[in-house]
Design a protein around this ligand. Structure first.
Ligand code: ADP
Ligand code: GLC
Length: 493
């Protein structure tokens, strides 16, 4: 027993990601990449995190030290170098892939400031994948041989294919954070990235006539994980599988759903420096001051009795934005206030902005990315809305539970795994923590919000819900242990 524990805890993990919070983040992947490696280190692993040296991260680590030179690894891939940025936590070191021609751009990692995907993304993320594979091979890192290469989403998903097709490299695990983004490119990218022509097959890197990064990872990784148990089941079905359900079903024995944690130090209402008045489960009165402050900031009537609904989200189809738009007028007519923060598809940003114009002083939609306001909405709102059509895990519903802001969610993915609908049974057994609906339509969302508002009007029930959510721990320890088991399985292969 002791011997196997020692082996478990000495694993060396190279963790490859295209985002890492707080420096580079377009969504939950950034949060996971900054929290999971330290949790793995805490569980005894020795972790190096590899990510591109985007401008924001380069300027956050001005003293990053040149470390290794990366040779030209494929016909159209540039040479690059690796920098040691420093420790994210004890046992988790940050390594930057420095290649200004590829990564020194403004905009987000994937698109320019107009939202157009960079035209050379196949090379940018082909390079990241290829370097991850190269670096995981024997002898590349002095005195440090990775046991496992852990890839995340399509941006690093080609690494398992490089291992299978070119040899070398450490055993691989790929985590799917969102199957809807697959990284599809024209056939020509194959040669540019040094992949053999014979790999362009249905059981290789090809997907409907194109090169698919994510499919390649799912095909060739030793183990596959995704970010909740329910999503692991859902993606094996046509409704959620994005055309990859057959492959995922075929690989079901190598597929594990591991629920994300949240960073409980960043998302703790009693320590939160972004909110006007920190509060805790034993001093919940403080939440009322945060509500008043949010109402004031948004120009709403300052009234503790008006239900204040909050939402922080990418404004996309996935997140159920259309359902919110169809329901908002009615919710406001029924006396709710609505505070929404998000950015996303232009059409949705416009429709949400129109909502603010129609309902001044009752609805405010802020288009933008604002970390402090996200915390203030979690703290100040009474009820949190997350009606996603699909949701691999979702972090905001866990933040809202921690903040005593019961969520209204659709029963899908990680939402189904974290939110327990209020019913007579769940009230009686103490498991209720929010409101869940099934059908992906506006009527069902409306019904769930109405149920939430009715419960909000009953202080005894409401306190019970808030208390249960706030006392639940969503830390990373469990997840880290489960990833270590997956690494062990990958090694056995
Ligand atoms: P996804 O990764 O699909 O967008 P998650 O719920 O996993 O969804 O993670 C989203 C993360 O991004 C959360 O940390 C959330 O608070 C944050 N976020 C999303 N939109 C905004 C925004 N406009 N301003 C601030 N934070 C945001
Ligand atoms: C993705 C998913 C989200 C998940 C996040 C982190 O962006 O959409 O549900 O929480 O990745 O794994």
């Amino acid at each position: 027993m002791m011997a196997s524990k020692t082996k478990l805890s000495s694993l060396r993990i190279l963790f490859a990601t295209s985002e890492i919070a707080p420096w580079v983040k377009t969504g939950g992947l950034g949060d996971v990449a900054s929290a999971l490696p330290p949790a793995l280190a805490q569980a005894g692993c020795d972790v190096k995190v590899l990510t591109p040296a985007y401008p924001a991260i380069r300027s956050a680590f001005p003293k990053a030290m040149p470390w290794l030179e990366v040779p030209v690894l494929a016909p159209q891939l540039p040479s690059a170098r690796l920098l040691r940025a420093g420790e994210l936590a004890k046992g988790a070191e940050l390594i930057l892939l420095d290649c200004p021609a590829m990564y020194e751009r403004h905009g987000n990692p994937y698109a320019d400031s107009h939202g157009h995907a960079w035209s050379d993304n196949s090379l940018r993320f082909g390079l990241l994948s290829r370097v991850a594979h190269w670096l995981s091979g024997p002898g590349q890192i002095p005195d440090w041989q990775p046991d496992i290469l852990h890839c995340n989403d399509w941006h690093t998903a080609l690494a398992p294919a490089f291992r299978a097709l070119l040899g070398g490299g450490a055993p691989t695990v790929i985590t799917v954070h969102n199957l809807a983004f697959t990284g599809l490119f024209a056939y020509d990218a194959l040669h540019a990235l040094g992949l053999p022509a014979h790999s362009f097959r249905y059981d290789g890197v090809e997907f409907h006539g194109q090169l698919s990064f994510l499919k390649s990872g799912l095909q060739f990784a030793d183990q596959i994980t995704t970010v909740s148990p329910t999503y692991a089941q859902e993606i094996q079905t046509p409704e959620f599988g994005c055309g990859l359900e057959g492959l995922l079903h075929f690989r079901a024995n190598a597929l594990t759903g591991i629920l994300n944690g949240i960073d409980e130090t960043v998302w703790d209402p009693s320590l939160d420096t972004h909110v006007p008045l920190p509060y805790s489960v034993d001093a919940l009165e403080g939440k009322a001051s945060n509500k008043a402050a949010l109402q004031k900031r948004l120009g709403f009537e300052i009234n503790p009795d008006v239900p204040l609904l909050g939402m922080v989200s990418r404004l996309t189809h996935q997140k159920g934005s259309d359902l919110i738009l169809e329901t908002a007028d009615r919710l406001i007519a029924e006396g709710c206030q609505l505070a929404i923060l998000g950015t996303g598809e232009r059409r949705l940003e416009k429709a949400f902005s129109d909502l603010t114009h129609r309902h001044a002083h009752k609805c405010m939609v802020l288009i933008g990315y604002d970390e402090a306001l996200a915390h203030q909405i979690e703290a100040g709102a009474d009820i949190f809305l997350m009606p996603s059509l699909f949701e691999p895990c979702g972090l905001n519903q866990m933040y809202s539970l921690r903040y005593g802001t019961p969520p209204v969610v659709r029963r899908t993915g990680g939402l189904a795994d974290t939110v327990v609908n209020l019913s007579p049974d769940t009230l009686a057994d103490g498991s209720a923590n929010g409101f869940v609906f099934d059908a992906p339509d506006a009527a069902s969302l409306l019904d769930a919000v109405q149920r939430a508002v009715a419960a909000y009007r009953n202080p005894t029930i409401w306190r019970q819900l808030q208390r249960h959510g706030m006392e639940t721990h969503f830390g990373w320890n469990n997840a880290a242990e489960r990833y270590i088991s997956v690494y062990q399985r990958a090694l056995k292969n």
